[in-house]
Every structure is written in C-alpha cells, then in structure tokens.
Design a protein around this ligand. Structure first.
Ligand code: ADP
Ligand code: MG
Length: 314
C-alpha cells in the first residue's frame, strides 16, 4: 500500500464542520474562521521509546496524540475544530493503522474535530498532531492573568498518570487499571476549559507536573502562591501508594496528568458549578495566589518552598 492509498483508507473522512472548506486531498486545507473568533493553534509530538512504549495499544496512542493537544486548547478556553497529523512509520501495518485511526477518530468525533491534513513519512515511529480551534479573543485564557487573592484550582486527580507509569515500569508492584488508563488514555478537559471563559484569570494544563506548570503560571502572572498538601485531590490509588511508603513528591512532580490548573476569585466558584454539567470532571481549590513570588506548600503548620521540578525533555 502506498502513502496515498494509506491516507485515503485510514485518514480521509467527510468533514463535519462547514468551516472546513477543503480537507484532506489537496496541497493545503482551506479553513474558515467565524468573524468574531481568533484561531488557537498547538502541536505535540509523541516519539516511540520516549513518550510511549513501542508496543503500546495503537488505539490508545491515536486517542492520546489528539487528547494531549485538545488539553492545550482547553487550557486557553478554545473550542477544538481541526487536527493535522504528521505520521512517521517504520512500515505499513494495516492492522496497526486501523486501530490507531479508530482511537483518533473516536475522540475527534466526540468534539467534531475534522482531520484536515497531515504528512506521512517512513522512519522511526513518531506521531505529531497539530490541533486548532477558536475562541473569542477577549475570553482566551492565558497563563498570565492570576491575581493575589485568587484561589488556585485543579481538575481531576493529581499525579495518577505518573503512578500509572510506575505500575507499567514495575516500580509499583500492584496494578490499578484506572490509574494505568490515566496515563494511556488521558481525557482532555474541553468542557471545563470552555466553562472557564470569562471566569478564570489564568489557566494552564498540567503536562510536566503540578509544581513545574504552576511555576510557569505564577511567573507569567508575576505573582506567587501557596498550595495546601491536605487540599490536593489524591485518588484512592495514590493514597495507597503514599501510605505504603511511596515518594510524597510524586503527585507534585509527575507529568502527563493533562488536568487544568486555573485561578479565579473564590466567589466565582458557584458560577463555575452552575456552568458545568453534573457528572463532568471534579475540580478542587488547592491554594491561594499571593503577592510574594515563589511557590510554597503547607503541610499542617509547616511551610516549605516547592521548587519547579518536573519533567524536562533535555
Ligand atoms: P503534498 O505532497 O502536497 O504535501 P501529500 O502527498 O503529503 O501532499 O498529502 C496529500 C494529502 O493528504 C494532503 O491533503 C495532506 O494534508 C494529506 N495527508 C498526508 N498525510 C496525512 C496524514 N497522516 N493524516 C492526514 N492527512 C494526511
Ligand atoms: Mg503539494
């Protein structure tokens, strides 16, 4: 099967959005933007052996490469609309491609994301996806808007993806399928990102660990903050890990949670509750934005500086 047959068979689908004027099949896609929106664009690469095990379930990989990008769009409050896929494959394995496309399009369909183009090459297994969407410019959430007095909030459970990785690596000897799934099939917090428009002062998605990513938000905003250990949302699996002598820094430093960390005045909490469908993702207040720069954590009476340690590529 050549490259063109491969694209035709696995990746070309009828666009769902009227704004996709021209999708896969020509030299460029032609896309239309509503007049009152700006384009939000992001890209993430997953490399075999670095970001995923080479024998990973291709269906989960297809889901994840889109999910991590939709997480970035959620963090700016954008509605996801388009995806562009650069696929580097060592060989054509139709069964693998079928399942990879299945995982990708299942998530794409849920949010009406049109795969509008890409590139296909031979080489070591690498998948890159560029996702884009739109947001009213004045409602776009940035890292830079946090103000002293804001609460610091976090969605979902903290650090479960990192705990899932330890389970896969055998560093943790027991297995919890939900925790492993948090690593392999993260859920982008799209609805939460949309609900935060006009409510949150600042937002970031947690991909490199809470300590590292919250530092980015604080630095961009020119503020500091304190989080409370007791307020961190830890899953039953994480509590078990910690009770059995696990490293307490794991939830703070492990990456790949793809949860949203945001700040807003605490009196806005009721507004956010009203906007979010019940049964959606939970969110918790974990701390407070302060004038004094740096990030601190309280554990009981004790206050400790929390350094910006997290996942680094280099
Ligand atoms: P060109 O040589 O003009 O860059 P290609 O032959 O690379 O075009 O691609 C043909 C069409 O298929 C283009 O519309 C391109 O965007 C699309 N395409 C190529 N690879 C992929 C892929 N992996 N996923 C989605 N679309 C793809
Ligand atoms: Mg061309």
């Amino acid at each position: 099967m050549d490259e063109f047959a491969l694209i035709e068979r696995f990746f070309r689908r009828t666009p769902r959005r009227p704004q996709t004027r021209l999708g896969i099949g020509d030299d460029c896609a032609l896309l239309r933007l509503p007049a009152d929106r700006v384009l939000a664009v992001t890209m993430d690469t997953l490399v075999a052996g670095v970001h995923f095990f080479p024998d990973v379930d291709p269906e989960a990989l297809g889901h994840k490469v889109l999910a991590v990008n939709l997480s970035d769009l959620a963090a700016v409050g954008a509605e996801p609309v388009w995806g562009f896929l650069a696929l580097t494959l060592p060989r054509v394995d139709t069964d693998w491609l079928e399942r990879f496309a299945g995982g990708l399009f299942e998530l794409a369909g849920r949010y009406r994301v049109d795969l509008a183009g890409g590139d296909t090459t031979r080489g070591p297994l690498t998948v890159t996806l560029q996702a884009s969407g739109w947001v009213p410019e004045r409602q776009a959430l940035k890292r830079s808007g946090a103000r002293p007095g804001d609460g610091i909030y976090l969605s979902g459970w903290l650090g479960d993806a990192g705990l899932g990785l330890k389970m896969l690596q055998g560093e943790v000897t027991w297995r919890d399928p939900d925790t492993v799934a948090r690593l392999l099939r993260p859920e982008p917090r799209v609805e939460l990102g949309l609900a935060l428009r006009g409510l949150a002062h600042a937002c970031i998605d947690v991909s490199d660990g809470l300590a590292a990513d919250l530092h980015h938000l604080l630095n961009a905003s020119g503020v500091g903050g304190t989080i409370e250990w007791e307020a961190l949302p830890l899953s039953p699996a994480m509590r078990r890990y910690l009770t059995e002598g696990g490293d307490w820094r794991l939830p703070l430093q492990a990456g790949e949670d793809y949860e949203l960390c945001f700040t807003m005045p605490p009196w806005r909490e009721a507004d956010l509750e009203r906007r979010l469908p019940s049964g959606g993702v939970a969110w918790h207040r974990i701390g407070t934005i302060e004038k004094q720069d740096g990030l601190r954590i309280t554990k009981g009476e004790k206050v400790t500086a929390l350094p910006a340690v997290g996942y680094r590529h280099f």
